[in-house]
Design a protein around this ligand. Structure first.
Ligand code: ZN
Length: 436
């Protein structure tokens, strides 16, 4: 239950990608991981752990082996979730109310944002005597709501209604004249004039909670993909030291295609891995050889079969909540999993007693995509797409299985502890260090 409570606390305290990365950073520092600055030369010591952030919304952590760097075993996930972002000029008076002018970030189920308490969180750029400083901010109170139209003016509401994000989705947060930026400044304890930039988002205030006959389900905003991000940090911190470099990456901007300076489609991971190799003395072709001997788990949540719409799921490749870790397949390689990466990952899970389920979409439904194949365009290695089965993906309030979080932590930890020996193209040997 410690792991479940830990996840619920992490979700509650991570209203945005910035806060999620801050909380991951705190977890890693608590476990002895030291910060590195991308803008300086790195000096690292064998056997130690380090982390580096980019944009304060993506983070990569790694732990070095005692010996030389042979290869990397990487777990990747994402820190962002679909939501609404405040526009640069967001104050908007409407018929006596103060309304926020927001736009969509990512692809959410818009109707799930109606009629529930919301607030504002993100970062403000503050002019201080010392420079332009990023400060995280969360107005930790019920502040705003997007009211739905009454059925009396909207008789077709239960027969499918088109929502216009510029018209239907603007939240009310007070009487005309209310000043959200002043509230942000007050929360930060600074004058409003010193805020010279911001990235602020609407966040759902629903508290993460357990539900179901035996509390077997979790309801929470942002389960996709903070569940995997949290599991990856717990796994890295808990894993025994190994003979390779264990790596955690949590990327921002997966929900908008990953193509930002801090996303999976950036130089971030490739540069960190190269610098780790150089800082540990790898010369010549050692870095390329290490990459060729490396493996990645791309961890992003999966679709559990919906009890009311089983017809939307492949009859032989559907998964359920509390059924264990999901391995995701797609013939057109929207998911990276193939026979080789499946075999390695499932063998590791089997040896650790972690239950595994296999997912593929119906052939007439395209399904989603994730960050594994995008990251692979920059650092190419054997990769498997995994996740936890959930319902209501991209709703303001998602749903997952309570028992699954432990399965994911155990699977990721076993992956880090496994010695994956990619002997050559076509032969892999599996061992486990420190096993008695
Ligand atoms: Zn996701």
């Amino acid at each position: 239950m410690d792991r479940v409570q830990g996840l619920l606390d992490f979700l509650k305290n991570s209203p945005t990608a910035f806060h999620a990365v801050e909380n991951l950073r705190t977890m890693l520092e608590g476990a002895g991981y030291a910060p590195l600055n991308e803008g300086e030369s790195w000096r690292v010591e064998p056997g130690r752990g380090y982390y580096v952030t980019r944009n304060r919304s993506s983070i990569i952590a790694f732990r070095l082996p005692e010996g030389s760097v042979d290869h990397f075993q990487i777990v990747a996930s994402h820190s962002d979730s679909p939501c609404f972002k405040l526009k640069p000029t967001a104050e908007h008076d409407a018929n006596g109310y103060a309304v926020l002018n927001v736009e969509k970030y990512g692809g959410m189920i818009m109707s799930s944002w109606f009629d529930r308490p919301l607030s504002i969180a993100g970062r403000a750029i503050v002019e201080t005597g010392d420079g332009l400083e990023t400060r995280l901010v969360y107005l930790d109170r019920d502040l705003a709501m997007i009211p739905s139209m009454p059925i009396h003016f909207n008789r077709d509401v239960n027969d499918g209604v088109k929502l216009n994000p510029q018209v239907d989705m603007l939240p009310v947060y007070g009487a005309e004249g209310a000043d959200y930026l002043k509230m942000v400044a007050e929360t930060l304890g600074i004058p409003k004039e010193s805020i010279v930039g911001f990235d602020l988002f609407l966040v759902n205030r629903d508290a993460p909670r357990l539900w179901g006959a035996e509390g077997e389900f979790i309801a929470s905003p942002r389960l996709d993909d903070l569940e995997c991000a949290y599991a990856s940090a717990k796994a890295l911190i808990g894993a025994k030291p190994t003979g390779h470099v264990d790596v955690l990456c949590v990327f921002d901007n997966e929900e908008v295609g990953s193509g930002t300076k801090q996303g999976a489609d950036s130089t971030f991971l490739a540069e960190v891995l190269r610098r780790v190799a150089v800082a540990t003395g790898a010369g010549g072709q050692a870095f390329e050889a290490a990459l060729a001997r490396s493996m990645m788990l791309s961890a992003d949540n999966a679709h559990a079969v919906h009890p009311n719409h089983p017809e939307k799921y492949d009859a032989d490749n559907r998964v359920r909540m509390n059924g264990g870790v999901v391995v995701k397949f797609n013939a057109n390689q929207k998911y990276t999993s193939d026979g080789v990466s499946q075999a390695v990952f499932e063998a590791i899970c089997r040896e650790s007693g972690v239950p595994v389920q296999r997912f593929a979409n119906r052939s007439d439904i395209p399904g989603g995509s994730t960050l594994g194949n995008i990251a692979n365009a920059h650092v190419s290695m054997i990769t498997v797409d995994i996740g936890l089965a959930q319902l209501a993906m991209h709703s303001a309030n998602e749903c997952a299985g309570t028992r699954d979080i432990s399965a994911m932590i155990d699977a990721m930890r076993a992956f880090h502890e496994a010695e994956i020996d990619i002997v050559r193209d076509g032969l892999i040997r599996l061992g486990r260090r420190n096993s008695n």
